[in-house]
Design a protein around this ligand. Structure first.
Ligand code: FES
Length: 127
């Protein structure tokens, strides 16, 4: 896999992620592992008026996992919980201007972690 196989947008989200880190006072947290590679993703959300007001992630995943989850955060921020949980890996790939097919599975990590974070938030009875 060569870096030239990635779009400029993927490279930008990998080299300059805006949402990398942890939210200490998160309203919801999701943690998932990728069965294909064993990498782990943690994603944190803060919710105001049923919308995602802040979102961050941390992962030991690959460059594609970092770029695609950062892109997911960009898409999800400001969305209602119902809309955010509908974001698919295809939405992420489209937003990033494509991705090598062999790496699409890496974008599932963030997508699943977001759904878990929303589930965690709802389990606390805040909705
Ligand atoms: Fe594990 Fe990409 S290789 S998330």
């Amino acid at each position: 896999m060569y870096i030239d196989e990635y779009s400029d947008k993927v490279k930008d989200h990998f080299f300059h992620p805006k949402h990398n880190g942890k939210l200490e006072d998160a309203d919801g947290m999701g943690k998932v592992g990728n069965p294909k590679c064993g990498d782990v993703m943690e994603l944190f959300i803060k919710v105001e008026d049923n919308k995602i007001s802040e979102i961050k992630f941390q992962t030991f995943g690959c460059a594609t996992a970092i770029a695609s989850t950062d892109a997911l955060c960009e898409l999800a921020k400001g969305m209602t919980l119902e809309d955010a949980e509908k974001i698919s890996k295809q939405d992420i790939v489209d937003y990033l201007g494509g991705m090598p097919a062999i790496k699409v599975h890496c974008s599932i990590l963030g997508e699943e972690a977001l759904r878990e974070a929303i589930k965690d938030y709802r389990s606390k009875g805040k909705t």
